[in-house]
Design a protein around this ligand. Structure first.
Ligand code: TXA
Ligand code: MG
Length: 472
């Protein structure tokens, strides 16, 4: 059994030190000396999770503003191995290192080395050449390659991961970097995440807290759905505000590149000095092979990721909405035998709309029940969240029957309206895929969105990975 530890007000659990001009100094994240009585249950839960991180090799589920992470002390091999064991993921993928402030990142970049024994108490500062150096005197931000400084000033804390040189010897367990000479670093916007890291006293390696291949978790319940019994503790800070993972950038090469699209968009990156010429170093399946050819249907690919159990059929935004209805009806009629008699179980068809498709994708003969609004508990969103403009997670789901010409039901239809706001779509995407799985749909038809340089790129990147079939 995995225990869920609830945090109501992560905001009250810490703050950045203030500069003389009153702005936040992200070099130092500080915990309050004593919590107010209203926050004491939160503090106890946070301390319990931090104790797990320090004293066990079982990872802890915790919220960030992007998705829930599965965290472990990034400096201890045994703890990092626990992540791979819990997720059932091979250990050939590098993990992102999460820090609470720039001072903690500087510690990693300086390459502290344990002196003699392995108890972690005695540490010696060493420079890259092994000599004690002036590095310890420099302000944390000056340790970062200059190309990253404008990004850190603008987007940290937030959904952006930087690829940095891993010093030698490194404080990071080798399992974190999967043998690379670099590591990915991120300072999450969630104050709850930062306080957990601070209390754990070490940077946390953390991939998304889903079982391998499943959609990323954007609520504590999703973590339980995948990992109950495999981890000891999940901190529940409410739904994640961004809903897709961080953008991963590599500024160590010229021009700098985006390795994974995410919560910070290409257009936002381009607005920063040194990043005007940033290039995409990831490929989406829409761009592979026959993109642009006249073949309307791309065959499904074996490799899937971010996937619900149901088959996902993704329609690129370029497909005219009225072409979808026929496909929905075809899927429905697969539930009948050759004589048109119903099979024992009628297919359940999910439809996820993002602005242009009509209800039930325009399939005729569908009767939908009254609206049912799904809202995740947003009481604690403040604990994970960051920006004020983030919508609360809420969407409309309608269930109904699809009938044949004689009025007999041939399929059940679950129609989800995610709205047309791109940030809202990103916010709800993984959650909706999971909700439809929970309701045991067989196939999900998804209305793709225009893949511009905003967060839509991250949405479409994940959907293309989840899809068994892409229609364009
Ligand atoms: O939003 C996020 O980033 C979430 C939350 C939990 O913070 N974390 C996350 O971590 O997505 P993870 O471990 O699933 O992402 C790892 C990805 C790798 O697939 C790779 O794309 C990139 O981060 N990455 C990490 N270290 C790297 C390195 N040294 N070089 C290149 N890419 C790296
Ligand atoms: Mg992941």
């Amino acid at each position: 059994m995995t225990r869920v530890l609830r945090i109501r007000n992560g905001q009250a659990l810490g703050s950045f030190r203030k500069r003389p001009d009153g702005t936040d100094d992200i070099s130092h994240w500080e915990l309050p000396a004593a919590a107010g009585p209203a926050d004491s249950a939160d503090v106890a839960n946070l301390e319990e999770a931090a104790r797990h991180l320090r004293q066990t090799d079982v990872p802890v589920g915790f919220p960030t503003e992007t998705v829930y992470g599965l965290g472990a002390d990034a400096t201890r091999s045994a703890a990092v191995k626990g992540i791979y064991a819990a997720k059932g993921r091979p250990s050939d993928n590098p993990l992102i290192v999460h820090v609470c402030d720039l001072e903690m990142l500087a510690d990693v970049m300086r390459g502290f080395r344990r002196a003699g024994d392995d108890d972690g108490d005695a540490v010696t500062a060493v420079g890259a050449n092994g000599a004690s150096s002036g590095l310890t005197q420099r302000a944390p931000i000056d340790l970062l390659p200059a190309i990253y400084r404008p990004l850190v000033e603008r987007f940290w804390p937030g959904p952006l991961t930087l690829i940095l040189p891993n010093p030698r010897p490194s404080r990071l367990a080798p399992e974190v970097t999967a043998g690379l000479a670099t590591f990915g670093a991120r300072m999450p916007a969630s104050p709850l995440a930062r306080s957990l890291i601070k209390l754990a006293g070490a940077p946390l390696a953390a991939p998304s807290a889903n079982a391998s291949t499943k959609p990323s978790p954007t609520a504590a319940q999703h973590v339980l759905d995948d990992l109950d019994g495999r981890i000891g503790v999940v901190l529940d800070g409410g739904p994640c505000s961004v809903g897709v993972e961080s953008t991963v950038v590599d500024g160590l090469c010229d021009p700098p590149v985006v390795l994974r699209p995410g919560g910070v968009s290409l257009e936002e990156l381009r607005a920063c000095p040194g990043w005007e010429g940033v290039e995409k170093a990831y490929r989406d399946r829409a761009e592979d092979g026959n993109a642009g050819s006249s073949a309307p249907r791309a065959p499904g690919m074996k490799y899937k990721h971010y996937s619900p159990k149901a088959r996902v059929v993704l329609y690129e935004a370029s497909v005219r909405p009225r072409l979808v209805a026929g496909d929905v009806r075809e899927a429905a009629e697969k539930g009948a035998d050759d004589d048109g008699d119903r099979l024992a179980v009628s297919p359940r068809i999910g439809i996820v709309r993002t602005g242009r498709w009509p209800e039930a994708a325009g399939a005729s003969g569908v009767q939908l029940e009254a609206k049912q609004r799904i809202s995740e508990d947003v009481a604690a969103e403040v604990a994970t969240g960051t920006s004020e403009e983030t919508p609360a997670l809420s969407y409309v789901i309608r269930e109904g029957a699809l009938s044949d010409a004689k009025g007999r039901q041939v399929a059940e239809v679950l129609d989800v309206d995610l709205g047309s706001d791109t940030r809202g779509i990103a916010h709800g995407l993984f959650s909706v895929l999971r909700e439809l799985d929970r309701r045991e749909v067989d196939v999900i038809f998804v209305e793709g969105i225009r893949d511009r340089d905003d967060i839509a790129a991250a949405v479409m990147n994940r959907l293309r990975k989840a899809a068994s079939q892409i229609i364009r």
